[in-house]
Design a binder for this molecule. Sequence first.
Ligand SMILES: NC(=O)c1ccc[n+]([C@@H]2O[C@H](COP(=O)([O-])OP(=O)(O)OC[C@H]3O[C@@H](n4cnc5c(N)ncnc54)[C@H](OP(=O)(O)O)[C@@H]3O)[C@@H](O)[C@H]2O)c1
Length: 261
Amino acid sequence: MARVLVVGGTGLAGRAIAAEAVERGHDVVVASRRVPDDDSTAYVPGAVYATVDLITGDGLEEAVEGMDVLIDASNGVGREASHTFIAGSQNLLHTAARFGVGHAVLLSIANVDRSAYSYYRAKAAQERTYHDSPIETRIVRTTQFHDFLASIFASGARIGVIPAFTKVHFQTIAVPDVARILVDAAEGGGPPNATRTVGGPRIQSSRALAEAWKAATGSRAVIAGVRQPGALGASWRAGDNLAPDQAIEGIDFEKWLSATV
Ligand SMILES: NC(=O)c1ccc[n+]([C@@H]2O[C@H](COP(=O)([O-])OP(=O)(O)OC[C@H]3O[C@@H](n4cnc5c(N)ncnc54)[C@H](OP(=O)(O)O)[C@@H]3O)[C@@H](O)[C@H]2O)c1
């Protein structure tokens, strides 16, 4: 049993990571700027909550004190992303080093360093901060979560169009599978100071995923081909979002849809 700090543990991935770590018998502290109510879906029974702001450092010392390992599943939106990923990670790792935390695990994105997309550039800078960390680190890069595609389809469907990105495939992965792999890394699985990439079980066209989502939800919106613009679209069309040699045997998109929708 270890004392595990899950940073960003109220988020989509962080919640699943905190739940997996509690399930395995670890003492879990969740750090985020807002603490969820205990009837919130973000609340994981058995975890303890700490109010922390990675960027300002507020609450960080109290949260890391006594921890054996931390898992970083924080996120940032828009301009805040680079502050969270760069300044936030530096604050986190240097504070963790001062308080004797043994090692840190970062949740990152497959091939994130290959794209000029600004969010990915910030994320790649976060990875470099982890490479230069004063404590031992493990980086786990994953492909896009099933939820990511489902939320894009749901947003489009609200205005009547489910986007099928032309010339784009995805290899989406289930968040509980990601959580299992992150907690394995926190338990010391895999070589230290290394990066592991994992991909979902199947590579599917964006259109096939859109069709599966439409069938599962019964949406009446139409599926339409959309060319994703910019650096993100270019990286998707180049297949940089895929990890064909690192596919795991996990929950695929259809199975996830039937359990979720
Ligand atoms: N979505 C995907 O398909 C995908 C795929 C691979 C990897 N990833 C990576 O997975 C990570 C987690 O993504 P997610 O979608 O689970 O994130 P999310 O749902 O947006 O959750 C983000 C978490 O970070 C916390 N947070 C944000 N700013 C903070 C700050 N300044 N100080 C402390 N906590 C802060 C949030 O809580 P508060 O707002 O209350 O602080 C929340 O707990 C991201 O780094 C993302 O790049 C995502």
